[in-house]
Design a protein around this ligand. Structure first.
Ligand code: NAD
Length: 334
């Protein structure tokens, strides 16, 4: 039987700007939305449409669409946007995106939602969901590899999942570390800038969130029992960790098809170290159909490639809250 719901688009569509998104979507909202959509993907209730990504031959820009439909959460739509390298010089963010949501019963536009803050918070929720479901309960030291824009979002979401008392960090550009250290201090945790080897030796949970094209963490540096969330690799050619780590770890991903093509697993698969069948959708752990971590010595690795359904899930929450709180006025297209 087709599920029905109140067609909010009947009143018109709403425009939810970046500022409203920042104000109304909490980390808990993002966590819940992302966890639910990963679970729906693993059940076969939600799927991502093929991604379109084009170098448009203008302003050096990369532009594309990430769409999907979640039959259980009833989010249908597309995130349109990309990367404009010249924006920074004009005082704008290089990454620009907008989410378009449609009513799944009528096909009418229900919301336009600014996608920049959503991207940051849904990406942070992704590694956070992986920590919640895969990290050891007694994890105390968080290792951060990366100190750019996303790093503080990943950090804030991660520390809510375990009783961390210390953050160790390394970044290819050390001058960026004090900004991350300041947020760690604000959170009341100890901070130490360390070498990559030292990071692996101390950390119980590692998050990698860089734009690297070569391994920054070698397999031997990761101690038994670690959970590592690889978040930076979202394109062919990017790489953050030694492929040999995949052979030692139990591997999970947001979406397996993306993990082996544009995610961190692309290199281990290409080198024959693992195959597609060795990767489990994190949603299976959330649904209880996979046990997840089974021992304190096991290394768990989460390949978070970033899927359109995450954006749609968080955008749906933003649109719902903005309507409920009367922060937006519906516009009728006709
Ligand atoms: P940013 O530009 O603010 O920071 C870049 C980070 O990568 C910094 O730590 C920088 O020191 C490091 N870096 C830059 N060039 C490098 C190089 N050549 N080799 C190694 N490290 C390098 O970017 P951000 O917004 O923090 O995003 C970080 C990464 O995460 C990007 O690769 C981005 O595409 C990716 N990302 C992934 C998702 C996802 O869903 N998986 C979502 C958003 C961003």
């Amino acid at each position: 039987m087709m599920e029905t719901h109140k067609d909010v688009s009947a009143d018109g569509f709403v425009i939810v700007g970046e500022e409203i998104c920042e104000r109304i979507i909490s980390r808990a909202d993002a966590f819940g939305a992302v966890e639910a959509v990963f679970a729906a993907m693993a059940r076969g209730d939600a799927y991502n449409f093929p991604v379109v990504r084009e170098a448009i031959g203008h302003a050096d820009a990369l532009y594309g669409f990430k769409g999907g439909f979640d039959r259980s959460g009833l989010s249908l739509g597309v995130k349109a946007g990309g990367y404009w390298p010249g924006n920074m010089a004009r005082g704008l963010t290089n990454h620009q995106s907008t989410v378009f949501l449609f009513d799944p019963d009528s096909g009418r536009l229900s919301a336009l939602v600014g996608g920049n803050y959503l991207t940051a918070i849904r990406t942070a929720a992704s590694s956070s969901v992986s920590i919640a479901h895969l990290a050891r309960k007694d994890a105390r030291v968080l290792g951060m590899v990366g100190a750019g824009h996303q790093s503080t979002f990943q950090l804030r979401a991660a520390v809510e999942q375990r009783a961390f008392d210390k953050v160790v960090a390394w970044n290819p550009h050390p001058d960026m570390l004090p900004r991350l250290g300041a947020v760690v201090g604000e959170l009341g945790l100890e901070f130490e800038a360390v070498t990559q080897q030292e990071l692996g030796a101390q950390a119980d949970v590692v998050i990698t969130i860089t734009s690297a094209f070569e391994p920054l963490m070698m397999a031997d540096w990761i101690k038994p029992g670690t959970h590592i969330a690889c978040m930076g690799t979202d394109t062919k050619g990017k790489q953050e960790v030694d492929p040999a780590l995949f052979a030692r770890a139990t591997v999970f991903a947001d979406e397996i098809a993306q993990s082996i093509t544009i995610g961190e697993a692309q290199h281990a698969v290409a080198q024959g170290l693992i195959s597609e069948g060795d990767i489990t959708a994190i949603g299976a752990v959330i649904n209880g159909s996979h046990a997840g971590r089974t021992s304190a010595q096991e290394i768990t690795l989460f390949d978070g490639t970033g899927v359109g359904l995450q954006d749609l899930a968080v955008a749906s929450v933003a649109a719902k809250l903005a309507r409920e709180q009367g922060l937006v006025t519906p516009v009728v297209l006709g």
